[in-house]
Design a binder for this molecule. Structure first.
Ligand code: PLP
Length: 449
């Protein structure tokens, strides 16, 4: 059926086609009009059409170049059009994009082996996204908690999930149930029953909420969307000990912070104990959709064929690229680069924080950094875009930096130069409820015992 034109009026500030820029005839970009008319309005998108990328840079349809310190929200760890990734995609696309999980393919097994080596886990399930990995892990936790004498179909006694305040785990029903931000969860109530939130890094609250009805403690080792907040060592250790004591699983969501981002293969590797399940996604297949659940043998042994599955997850193309991504991180010694460039960035940001009093705090590790402001961050993101820099703002006040692992020293310097200009040029907007919002946005820094 033809679409009628009785649509809402455009509110977009549409960019003009390049050919027409600066001339009298200027046409709005019809791709943006189509997007506005036909897409579900789930995002407040910037009114630009991004067309391609090279290394740490992205280009829009007018030819404007941006230094990419967002990396597709922690996805493009090798930047754009990395030659090794392009080569594997070309090769595999000509062989088989999809086969089926009813058969083996050449890459799933070797990729699972490599992920097991990196993580210290035993078995792997491949999903299509982070949120799907979260939902799968929640199913595994319920399965693990169920006693043999509990009749199938009855609610298991051990069914509760403890997640953390300020968490973000995705958009499917399981994931929103353990995501604390109310606007993501409340409109869809009732969500999966049994989820509760523990104050961030608050051991006393964890102890108070944990009992034998809990099947899993689920946490981001470093909270990403929440504003770059690492779990404390004391909290991790206590969560590990309590989970073991009560027969619950400790699940580390490393979808944003894992696979090298913090300068280690996994962020939890700075602690002395490992979780029972690790979840990964974002950079795994260098931009192709792929996530994974990594589990211990004890957890994995509860699964039998038919209990869980996926059509697309673990396809040959995505797995071949993921294997190439992991090998590239090793071959190009990218963990070292992440640590070195991360330290340079932090140093530079600390100097800027001393000059601009509206920077409240710089935090994070490796190439996962947050710059918390006492004023609204949105205008800084827009000013950065105007100046050819991509960054992002989370929870209104924290600018989030997630540059690719291949970033060079010169590009860190380029970023710091641009960022300084952005900080100096952006009008500071202090909303009427800034104090309240900043206060509530900041997670309680509980004294860890
Ligand atoms: C920590 C964390 N968990 C889960 C997710 C959900 O992943 P996806 O968007 O691939 O479903 C995200 C996405 O931002 C995330 O940052």
């Amino acid at each position: 059926m033809m679409k009628t034109s009785s649509k809402k009026k455009s509110v977009l500030q549409l960019p003009r086609n390049r050919e027409s820029a600066g001339t009298r005839i200027s046409k709005p970009d019809t791709r943006l009009l189509d997007a506005e008319q036909f897409l579900l309005p789930t995002y407040k998108r910037q009114p630009v059409v991004m067309t391609h990328g090279r290394g740490a840079y992205v280009f829009d349809s007018t030819g404007k170049k941006y230094l990419d310190f967002l990396g597709g929200i922690a996805v493009n760890a090798l930047g754009h059009a990395h030659p090794r990734v392009v080569k594997v995609i070309r090769r595999e696309a000509a062989r088989a994009i999809h086969l089926s999980n009813l058969f083996h393919n050449a890459y799933q097994g070797p990729l699972a082996r490599k992920l097991a080596n990196w993580s210290g886990m035993d078995r792997v399930f491949f999903s299509n996204s982070g949120t799907e990995a979260i939902d799968g892990a929640m199913k595994l936790a319920r399965l693990f908690g169920r006693k043999p004498d509990e009749a199938p179909g009855t609610a298991a006694k051990k069914h509760r999930f403890l997640a953390l305040e300020n968490s973000f785990h995705g958009r499917t029903f399981g994931a929103i149930s353990v995501t604390s931000t109310e606007k993501y969860r409340l409109p869809f109530a009732p969500v999966v029953p049994g989820a509760e939130f523990v104050r961030f890094n608050d051991i006393a609250d964890l102890e108070a909420k944990l009992d034998d009805t809990v099947c899993a403690i689920l946490l981001e080792t470093v909270q990403g969307e929440g504003g770059i907040y690492p779990a404390s060592e004391a909290f991790w250790n206590r969560a590990r000990a309590l989970a073991t004591q009560h027969g619950a699983l400790l699940i580390a969501d490393e979808i944003q912070c894992g696979l090298g981002r913090t300068g280690r293969y996994f962020a939890y590797q700075k602690f002395s104990s490992r979780p029972d399940i690790v979840l990964i996604a974002k950079p795994l297949a260098a931009g192709l959709p792929l996530g994974a659940i990594l589990a211990t043998e004890e957890v994995a042994s509860r699964v039998s064929p038919g209990m869980h599955g996926t059509t697309f997850g673990g396809g040959p193309l995505a797995c071949a690229v993921a294997l190439e991504f992991l090998k590239t991180v090793e071959d190009e010694k990218l963990l070292e680069n992440i640590r070195l460039r991360g330290a340079e960035l932090r140093d530079g940001l600390a100097k800027l924080a001393a000059r601009f009093d509206f920077i409240r705090e710089v935090r994070g590790e490796g190439l996962m950094l947050g710059v918390e402001l006492s004023v609204e961050g949105g205008p800084f993101v827009s000013e950065a875009m105007r100046r050819g820099l991509l960054i992002n703002c989370t929870h209104d006040f924290t600018l989030r930096l997630l540059p690719p692992f291949i970033i060079t020293r010169a590009q860190v310097r380029e970023f710091l130069r641009l960022f300084e200009l952005v900080l100096a040029a952006t009008p500071q907007q202090v909303s009427t409820d800034t104090a309240k919002s900043v206060g509530s946005n900041r997670v309680a820094r509980a004294t860890a015992r």
